[in-house]
Ligand binder design. Structure first.
Ligand SMILES: CC(C)(COP(=O)(O)OP(=O)(O)OC[C@H]1O[C@@H](n2cnc3c(N)ncnc32)[C@H](O)[C@@H]1OP(=O)(O)O)[C@@H](O)C(=O)NCCC(=O)NCCS
Length: 142
């Protein structure tokens, strides 16, 4: 699988710090340039060194391990290249596939938000997962 940089925005405000906005990667098959889905980091304030990850893959590509592979690559990019301290991700509590993927890459379930996400016209409860740079280093060593 290939992850091609799609958008990476940096803006500076009146000589102040740079605000990272987002890095969105389009995920393609390595064997052929098929678009598979999107995976992204919404970056927080520079001094917090944090970001929120999200992903959305085309249903025809589900169940092949592609999201897990892409998320591992995203965490690698966030910690090794962007030098982030913490990456969060959330999913609806009913979303068994995403919950499984987040756990498989080593993200830790930290909480549950009440009616935090709009899904098909209604508010649903969602899980908050996170992983720290130190967690990622331990996984890489292990
Ligand atoms: C959810 C989603 C990310 C899964 O993508 P995927 O490419 O199929 O994920 P993977 O193949 O890497 O892994 C899926 C895992 O979940 C498991 N899984 C999926 N659906 C499941 C279900 N209904 N019950 C139990 N396990 C399930 C799979 O068995 C697999 O685990 P395993 O490797 O231990 O067998 C994908 O369905 C998607 O993009 N959905 C739409 C958008 C969305 O939900 N985004 C997330 C919002 S945070």
């Amino acid at each position: 699988m290939r992850h091609s940089p799609f958008t990476c925005c940096e803006r500076s405000f009146a000589g102040c710090e740079i605000l990272w906005l987002a890095s969105i990667l389009a995920v393609e098959r390595a064997s052929s340039p098929e678009f598979v889905g999107l995976i992204a980091l919404n970056l927080g304030k520079v001094n917090f060194k944090n970001a929120e990850g999200w992903h959305k893959f085309l249903p025809s590509y589900w169940g092949q391990g592609l999201t897990t592979e892409a998320l591992n690559a995203l965490l690698n990019y966030g910690f090794d290249y962007l030098q982030l301290h913490r990456i969060e991700a959330g999913c609806a509590v009913e979303n068994v596939g995403s919950t499984r993927v987040l756990k498989k890459v080593g993200m830790i379930l930290e909480g549950r938000k009440r009616r935090g996400s709009p899904v098909r016209g209604t508010w649903v409860n969602n899980y908050l997962f996170a992983i720290l740079d130190t967690d990622w280093a331990t996984i890489r060593e292990g």
